[in-house]
Design a protein around this ligand. Sequence first.
Ligand code: GDP
Length: 442
Amino acid sequence: MFDNLSDKFQRIFKNLRGQGKLTEENIREALREVRMALLEADVHYKVAKDFVTGIAERAVGQEVMTSLTPGQQVIKIVNEALTDLMGGQSEPLRLIGKPPVCLLMVGLQGSGKTTTTAKLARKLVQEHRKPCLVPADVYRPAAIEQLVTLAGQINLPVYPSTVRQKPEEIAREAQGYAREHNCDTLIVDTAGRLHIDTELMGELGRLKEILQPAEILLVADAMTGQDAVQVASAFHETLGLSGVILTKLDGDARGGAALSIRAVTRCPIKFIGLGEKLDALEVFHPDRMSSRILGMGDVLSMIEKAQEAFDEKEALAMAKKFREDTFSLEDFRNQLRQVKKLGSLEQILGMLPGMGKLKELKKLQVDEKEFVRMEAIINSMTRGERRNADIINAGRRKRIADGSGTSVQEVNRLLKSYSEARRMMRQMMGGGGSAPATRKKK
Ligand code: GDP
């Protein structure tokens, strides 16, 4: 996501940083390029213009020009401005009111509404809520089936809508159904159309009357750029949205919708969709997104993802092994499995500072099958070998390579990664490279 814009910004700022002293002309030239980059990213022209004007006012001042690191100062200002542009702070859901609290999901057909309804339900379950899903798109039987299937994957109750019912009837009955099933939240997936039409808006208006939703969330496809912004404006004018969920940001290299929606509609982006799977929904953090765009990484999101994937008890046990220097190849294999749970390596790398640029390097195209091969190699070892890697001599390496369908070089590489991980961890745990047992003797 944001790849093109991120590349351009980093090039512009590299030039700025390279200049010891900045003149007003330098800064104005850089800002012209920033404006072009935003327009090419399909940002609304007025938003791009206001953005650059705002920065110019702050950057072409005494403080920046006379500072020791003027280039850095400009980047700091752009970072803050980008964060503000996208809404400043993340906006949590407001699930206030008498249960069942209702979330009304609206949006055009194909925007990812049904998938996002299930993703959101999954997120709420993690926050210890009990959602009930309500399919209210009675025009497409497949839409009801799709939600029922997704709900099945996460074991959630679904109100049994049929195509013979009217959406208004579904809305009325679903509330009672949720109470009967002890659910505290209703997530209603409404009908989509290819275009906005008055009939659809009328229906959504009536559903709003009946359900009195705590949130009306527009699901919009980021890949449609400025169209998504227009759709958001139209829905907001007629229905009054409380937030936007921007989907398919994983496939959106430009980012125009993400950067313009808030500024044009004043409506906050609350979540972003980053993939087809049900766990690919993240809270939208403007500050972190801005850091990512500027190539400064998003270490906070990475840590949160890691916390979700890793079991704390296991992590503590692992730390103990590192401390006592008993971290074996079996533990290494466990770690590989955990890392796999984190998601695609490309996604993780994208969150690291400076990695955006490195991704261009062909050799950094991490082959995810590598994990599978590494695990196969460890699986081909005997228990004794896994517990004490020191005994793995040349003969054993050959046997392990044959057994796992890999090569001796690959086995060597894996053993090297393992000993590197062990050495690094020992250092991080406060050891100077020698095992604690040896130190105790001194
Ligand atoms: P609806 O017609 O609005 O209900 O849309 P669907 O939920 O059926 O989604 C349409 C397509 O978009 C499906 O193939 C989804 O898997 C896909 N989709 C939804 N959200 C995302 C996302 O965040 N990223 C990607 N890559 N695909 C998504």
